[in-house]
Design a protein around this ligand. Structure first.
Ligand code: ZN
Length: 124
């Protein structure tokens, strides 16, 4: 139970971190959120008073949420169908595990299992 929580928290934190990095790399502080219509600075200068648009809208921009789609649908460790709720990040890709026993195994040896997750194959 505690382990589940830990995994969840770590995964969420990693996702948030990735999103934050991506966001700060690409996000223009006062650009319109989402990829709506681009206004290429056509407004009069110094008249850009966007009223109370919070800069930290969690759904702003194009950064995907931490719960992005896993790249695999079978677990490389146990071969079961991947559960999208049991995920980790490997090489910036979301991978999903078949059961709760697998994330700790992956954590111990990500380089062994990671490539199989990316290929959606069960490890030998
Ligand atoms: Zn498993």
């Amino acid at each position: 139970m505690i382990r589940h929580l830990l995994i969840f928290v770590i995964t969420a934190a990693l996702g948030a971190l990735v999103a934050l990095v991506v966001r700060s790399a690409f996000h223009q502080p006062y650009a319109a959120p989402a990829d709506s219509h681009e206004h290429p600075a056509a407004t009069a200068p110094a008249a850009d008073k966007t009223p109370t648009k919070p800069a930290n809208d969690p759904h702003a921009g194009h950064a995907s949420t931490p719960a992005a789609k896993p790249v695999n649908d079978i677990c490389a460790i146990c071969g079961m169908d991947a559960d999208p709720k049991l995920t980790a990040i490997y090489q910036e890709k979301v991978i999903a595990f078949g059961c709760a026993k697998c994330p700790p195994k992956f954590a111990k040896d990500p380089e062994r299992f990671g490539p199989y997750f990316l290929r959606n194959q069960e490890a030998p």
